[in-house]
Design a protein around this ligand. Structure first.
Ligand code: AMP
Length: 339
């Protein structure tokens, strides 16, 4: 089977590295070749609006998946004329827009915090009156890793936004959560669903810093129920992640990612079959692998700089360098320690 991936970042890299042994081939569609995936697969290098190149890519593969959420609907429609895309386009379009995403959660009876769409500063003032401070403003689209967000703690901070463009934003009440968790599951085309252990996540400045796989039967059951609802709603195929706040022992859904997820990187060492391999197995119509944890472990993201490799290895850690150009705030790799 030849698997096509739209995008060529670290998620594509780990999908390839963790499933190539199955005897699959990979073709990546990307704007430029970088060391992240350079020697791992064939590449079709072009813009996502280049339909001649997209057609060539489609002819070279049997099935298509994606690693980036920021793919235009028109690109997906074009690919769909030639090949299946998993996970389904509909969930990707929903996940691209925080308002649609929250509305979907609520329509499936999945609890979220309070939110309202806003278009202007005066809408933000209305939201502050309704929800109080702190208030969080997020752009509906293109706002991953805390980008395009304003965390407003004071009236002065709110007033400072008078001249800021708040078109297509949502306002959210601040959730004084105890901690954050995510659930990662995989579904195949026959409807079988398997879920990894719950991930307990620590974020700083909107970016995931570390994750542990934890045992909490009650929260796990609640998270699984929510994941099943979403997967069934979209007739999902592949890996899906949902992130939650835990407040007073209950889950509030924050966002979902219809792809392999950073909070699931621990599954390479910590589970029998990783999220990356299971995603590929699901989309390539292979039997799903065992999602059980083999150990308790902690994944730490390497942001901006990589730790010294030998020091990590000497501590018994697992070192993953994505071969990316170092930039402040950029995810360059991760390490996993067995607990
Ligand atoms: P997001 O971009 O929605 O994933 O937000 C990134 C991180 O910012 C979350 O994982 C939280 O740690 C924090 N955060 C986002 N929204 C809220 C909120 N409404 N209340 C409290 N913390 C939040």
């Amino acid at each position: 089977v030849k698997v096509g991936i739209l995008g060529a970042g670290q998620l594509a890299r780990m999908m390839i590295l963790n499933s190539k042994h199955l005897g699959l081939d990979f073709v990546l569609f990307c704007a430029e070749i970088t060391p992240v995936t350079a020697n791992l697969a064939e590449h079709v290098v072009a813009s996502f609006a280049d339909y001649v190149a997209l057609e060539k890519f489609c002819h070279a593969v049997d099935v298509v998946t994606f690693e980036s959420e920021n793919i235009e609907s028109a690109t997906l429609d074009f690919v769909l004329r030639h090949k299946n895309i998993y996970p389904p386009k509909e969930i990707l379009l929903t996940a691209q827009d925080r308002l649609l995403e929250k509305q979907l959660f609520n329509s499936l009876n999945i609890a979220t915090n309070n939110y309202m769409p806003i278009e202007s500063y005066s809408d933000a003032v209305t939201a502050a009156e309704k929800f109080g401070l702190p208030l969080i403003l997020k752009s509906r689209r293109l706002g991953y890793d805390g980008k395009n967000q304003y965390h407003i703690k004071t009236a002065d901070q709110l007033a400072a936004l008078q001249n800021v463009n708040l078109v297509n934003f949502i306002a959210e009440s601040f959730v004084p959560f105890s901690y954050e968790v995510s659930i990662i599951g995989v579904r195949n085309a026959a409807g079988e669903i398997r879920c990894y252990d719950l991930c307990c996540n620590v974020h700083e400045a909107g970016i995931l810093r570390s994750t542990k796989n934890i045992v909490d039967a009650e929260l796990f059951a609640a998270a699984q129920t929510n994941l099943h609802k979403i997967m069934q709603h979209f007739n999902y195929v592949g890996v899906l992640a949902i992130e939650f706040f835990v407040q007073d022992g209950a889950l509030l859904a924050n966002e979902m990612a219809p792809r392999v997820h950073n909070s699931g990187h621990w599954t390479i060492e910590g589970a029998r079959v990783s999220q990356f391999e299971n995603h590929i197995r699901a989309i390539a119509a292979l039997p799903l692998g065992d999602v059980s944890s083999i150990v308790r472990c902690e994944m730490q993201n390497c942001i901006g700089t990589m730790p010294e490799r030998n020091a990590v290895l000497q501590r018994g850690g697992f070192y993953h360098n994505y071969q990316k150009e170092p930039l402040p705030g950029r995810k360059l790799g991760h390490v996993v320690y067995i607990l």
